[in-house]
Design a protein around this ligand. Sequence first.
Ligand SMILES: [Zn+2]
Length: 347
Amino acid sequence: MRVTGTLQREAWLRTEIPPVERVVPGVWSIPVPIPGSPLRYVLSYLIEHASGFVLVDPGWNAPVSWQALTEGLAACSVPLSAVTAVLVTHVHPDHHGLSDAVRGQSGAWIGMHEHEDAQLARFARPDWNDSTAHYMRWCGSPEEHIRWMTADGYGGAAAAMARADRLLAHGDLVDVPGVRLRAVWTPGHSPGHLCFHDETHDLLLTGDHVLPRITPNISASHPDSDPLADYLESLKELRKTAAKEVLPAHEYRFAGLDARLDDLRDHHIERLEEAAVIVGSAPGRHTAWQVARRVTWSRQWSQLSAVQHQAALGEVVAHLRHLQSLGTVTCATVSGVGLWQSLPRSA
Ligand SMILES: [Zn+2]
């Protein structure tokens, strides 16, 4: 892997926001701050087409972020009114938060995968908190964590984000003239995550699916889903693009897609092995929360924030669920709580 966004990387190391950059003629990166987040910024991408501009992942909805986005567009000499389409890789608020404001001021349409639009509909349902609490109990979460999850209003804030005007499916060419921008469905980090292959410039916009330094969170949000299987499969799908440069939504640009895809796959294989060892190392059955407490994280469990606990828990459920698909562990639901146990290895 070779870093091509050297200014971005230098800024990252200095804990600063990188500059607006022209990646190639007709494509710019605009960093949009995420206040209070260790990710610091989303890289929003502006792509020129024959009759205007496409904006991918406008960023977090906060005044400072809106200011950075509009000043970034001005630095590219592009008025907001020239944006005709907003594409979102996925509807996490650091990517999709400002889409509604951009649409409101420009008249642009918003495009995303149908599974992302369905998520927005789900957040808006009145039973979102109840179903979240139910799922958290199934994971073995303590009541304190469940209260935090349901009181923090994530569903409410997320429900306020813009619904899609157009749905994009795997392989679709985005309907803009003069530039070939193809949607690549890459579920895993989010069920309807899309990457965009700019075939005109041979650039791959990877959203959160492939980042140069960190591994994206792969969370199971439902006991029956196997998002890690989806993620590993969509890493393979991305390899087919053979794009020469990767434009991620965080951190910095790089070349050497295949090597990074290998790293990400290997990370999850190691995590799977660790989870299998934890489940197998003690007799009896374990909740996902108990397994999560014993996995090696960047910091001790007790020092992680509630947000980090939730990300870690989701990640552990995703790995346990995939181990279950592989026939390594089994899960039984007893009194509403999922209990995980090793299966003896067949000879
Ligand atoms: Zn995300």
